[in-house]
Design a protein around this ligand. Sequence first.
Ligand code: C2O
Ligand code: CU
Ligand code: CU
Length: 514
Amino acid sequence: MSARLDRRGFLGLLGASAAGVALAGCGGWGPRGSTGTQLTSAVPLPPPYQVPLPVPLVARPVNAGAALDRYLITQRVARAEILPGIRTPIMGYDGVFPGPTIEARRGRPVVVRYRNELPVPTVAHLHGGHTPADSDGWPLDLLLPVGNTAGWARHGMVGDLAAGEREYRYPTTQRAATLWYHDHRMDFTAPAVYFGLAGFHIVRDDAEDALPLPRGPRELPLMICDRAFAADGSFAYPALDPRMREVPGVEPPWMAGVLGDVVLVNGAPWPVCEVDAARYRLRILNASNARRFGLALRVPGAPDLPFTQIGSDSGLLAAPVVRPSVEAAPGERFDVVVDFAQVPVGTEVTMVNSLGEGSAADVMRFRVMRSARDDSAVPERLAEQEVLVPGPTLRTFQFERGRWGPHTGWTINGTAFDPTTSIADIPLGEVERWRFVTDVHHPVHVHLDAFQVLRRGSGGPGPSDAGWKDTLDLRPAEVVEVAVRFTEHAGRYVLHCHNLEHEDMAMMATIRTV
Ligand code: C2O
Ligand code: CU
Ligand code: CU
């Protein structure tokens, strides 16, 4: 099958997607815990806990020089067997979903050359990356499709267009952390990620390697997200413009967010993972467009297995925190250790979503297969943690539903995303106090540098706020304050809501570091 045919086929299937799915609920603010409306798949869903948990393949550098690693990643259409026996067209980095994991080391720059063989422009963003502005994935720095650049030129007014291939440079000066990369094209991030453009990018360093944490096969990245399927097996997505060319956003019932009824972990529906009776490190990423997860580990006839959280979005915590459950909003990461030696061999430990209903309440299962030697441990001190103390500057960012001109969407400080106007010019090196104010749930994400949560409502930081964060779960009617400091890279960046439907419907703002 030629690439060209395959592309046309993909668009055709996309066009069919919004039809043939039923709308669940009544278009309100959505099921418990999430802001959005759930789609119901039009194909029979497989029983849970049958498919083995896949681990995304690790990208191989095309050229590992003495000082840096170079990668070539091709964005292309492919067909994946996500539900057993059903072919689903995806847009994938190297044609796979999740994309290949990039393994990076602090102090060793990574250069990724992307090639776009998709029918639409793309923008690659390293989420959580301390990245110079020209490689951050400014939403208008489009990478146009190979051999299909006509018609996109007018988009070049506020961005830097590249045709066919584009290089992104990641200096990798930051601490070890679980990052991820995903598409970030203005107005069309949500469908691009939904159709598969997301992958892990893990930064390691010597300080973390010196700790006796579980590693090797006992370290698992878990990309958790929800999707729904149309009758023809394609991903169902209620886009206003299924060709992803002109009109951003989704049909009105899904305006608050698109939720699916199938939970995928590393691209497999409700998978099962066979484990030793030993400690495992799980790098949990909520890569959903809009769904929040309340994760817990159920054990039949016994109390839940706890998570020992060791890291958050931007690296290790100062000290581990034992938590009965973990609430994760879109874009957030939680690095946890689970000790499967706490239950008898033969036990099935089920990771559930206490914020989901029906099929969305199931996530995945661990089957404890055998006793095994375990030399790992979770030390009481994990990392040095600098505490940011904000200076006098206070900025307030208000996230709410709003209108501009004839449009209804989502706004920050009453305005829609304007790539030409910075709403905050922030001096590099200064610690500022930022206040986030909201109507409904908004996972707030800031590019370039991580922040620390100072207070949530009238209390201190919540359980999900520990450590260095780049994405924050802002809950209805809540006020959250953070301390933030940008360093090193002056330029144009964004802050935005990581509910991707909100982001595409304008809940993004230009900021500048100066
Ligand atoms: Cu994960 Cu601006 O994105
Ligand atoms: Cu980001
Ligand atoms: Cu939002």
